[in-house]
Design a protein around this ligand. Structure first.
Ligand SMILES: Nc1ncnc2c1ncn2[C@@H]1O[C@H](COP(=O)(O)OP(=O)(O)O)[C@@H](O)[C@H]1O
Ligand SMILES: [Mg+2]
Length: 386
């Protein structure tokens, strides 16, 4: 798919921008701080309803404005898709698709597919487990939109259960009886989320391994993905492959139920839920060793890139053609990684690339150009080879 037209109102530094876009590679150029990343962040927002830079919506709204609007006309095969999102910090967002309001904003998830690679992605390798859980869940929901409900219900149950555990610690009274009700929800939703994540990791692993081999070059240790769960599972954390069978949801829920019962006392003492998918982690392996704590800076970068290129390949294998967004990444890549990324970027239906100077971007990707300066963004068509 590709974005044919993008309109922003009061999004980040953009008071108003109306921008036509083309399929193929487009380089967004302009001095630092002009709003290049903000432009592509808006495209990413349509896919995940969150930003790759901040966890809350408030920073996305221009200082002094009450709401931001992102409107995009997209093409998917020969169909036109019109998406409009009103970002309302502290209140529910409003979403319209082809001019009809969606009953729930999260129903947008899965309609726009994009894969975004940015310097922030280094945190996928070096950061906290929360970064990797979010990575997995965003991909999960984009592949299986139904799971958006499971994800948000799980988060709500977790919040309620934690609140109850805190009061249980003080009162130790009726709260414990109510806890059983929340345990049932936690176990049911947690089992579904766990099963979906395990299946996803097994599906994603071969694509990431292939991408890593292309990015890191010949002789590099193979990359693998594992899933470490707070629920004891066979082979917990060891690399999964495309052939790894996922245990059924009922089995995972039962294992979760058992573990929750075992840790009940600790949970009441500490006033927080200690078992469940919210405590789990995606484990990245390079050869026999887990990457975290071992991988060099260069290997970490390659792995972060491979994770995103792996997502791109997986979505393609699903029959989707994601918009590829590359935010400010070419200047920091060495020749080998640049070449691997260029190959994928050339093959994408649309690639949006931001760079401070055009020279940072490989020549093969200098198709159309968007010039960003002084609060305006303009598409400049370039003749191929000209
Ligand atoms: N909510 C906001 N309101 C107004 N300006 C913002 C907001 N969020 C970010 N900015 C401004 O956007 C600019 C950075 O834009 P960015 O897209 O990161 O630049 P770059 O072109 O370097 O990628 C900064 O000047 C920052 O102050
Ligand atoms: Mg930037």
């Amino acid at each position: 798919m590709y974005v044919r037209h993008l309109q922003l109102v009061d999004f980040r530094n953009w008071e108003k921008v109306d921008l036509a876009l083309r399929p193929g590679p487009t380089v967004v150029v302009g001095r630092n701080g002009e709003g290049k990343t903000n432009l592509v962040e808006a495209v990413g927002y349509l896919a995940t309803m969150s930003s790759h830079r901040v966890s809350a919506d408030a920073p996305l709204v221009r200082h002094g404005a009450a709401q931001a609007v992102v409107r995009a006309a997209l093409r998917r095969e020969d169909r036109e898709l019109l998406v409009e999102v009103e970002v309302n910090p502290g209140r529910a967002n409003r979403v319209r698709v082809n001019r009809a309001a969606l009953p729930r904003p999260r129903e947008l998830l899965g309609l726009v597919t994009s894969v975004l690679f940015a310097p922030e992605d280094l945190a996928l390798v070096r950061g906290d487990p929360a970064e990797r859980r979010r990575f997995l869940d965003d991909l999960l929901v984009s592949r299986t939109p139904r799971l958006a409900g499971v994800r948000s219900d799980y988060e709500r149950v977790l919040k309620q259960r934690n609140a109850l555990l805190k009061t249980a610690r003080m009162a130790r009274g009726d709260a414990l009886a109510t806890l059983d009700v929340w345990d049932a929800h936690l176990v049911d939703l947690g089992g579904q989320l766990l099963a979906a994540r395990l299946a996803l990791v097994a599906d994603l692993a071969p694509h990431v391994a292939r991408a890593y081999a292309a990015v890191a070059g010949p002789g590099a240790a193979p990359a693998g993905l594992g899933y470490a769960s707070s629920v004891p599972l066979a082979g917990n954390g060891t690399p999964l492959t495309g052939g790894t069978a996922t245990p059924p949801v009922a089995e995972l829920s039962a294992a979760l139920r058992e573990r929750v019962a075992e840790r009940r006392r600790d949970e009441v003492d500490r006033g927080v839920t200690l078992v469940g998918p919210h405590r789990d982690d995606l484990v990245l392996h390079l050869g026999p060793a887990p990457a975290k704590g071992f991988a060099s800076h260069g290997e970490s970068w390659s792995l972060a890139l491979a994770l995103k290129l792996g997502c791109f390949a997986l979505r393609r294998a699903d029959g989707e053609e994601p918009i590829l967004v590359l935010d400010d990444v070419f200047a920091t890549l060495d020749a080998g990684r640049r070449a691997a990324l260029t190959d994928v970027a050339r093959s994408a239906e649309q690639t949006l690339i931001t760079a401070a100077v055009l020279d940072d971007v490989p020549e093969e990707l200098r198709g159309a150009r968007v010039e960003v300066s002084g609060g305006t963004a303009t598409l400049v068509e370039t003749v191929p080879g000209g």
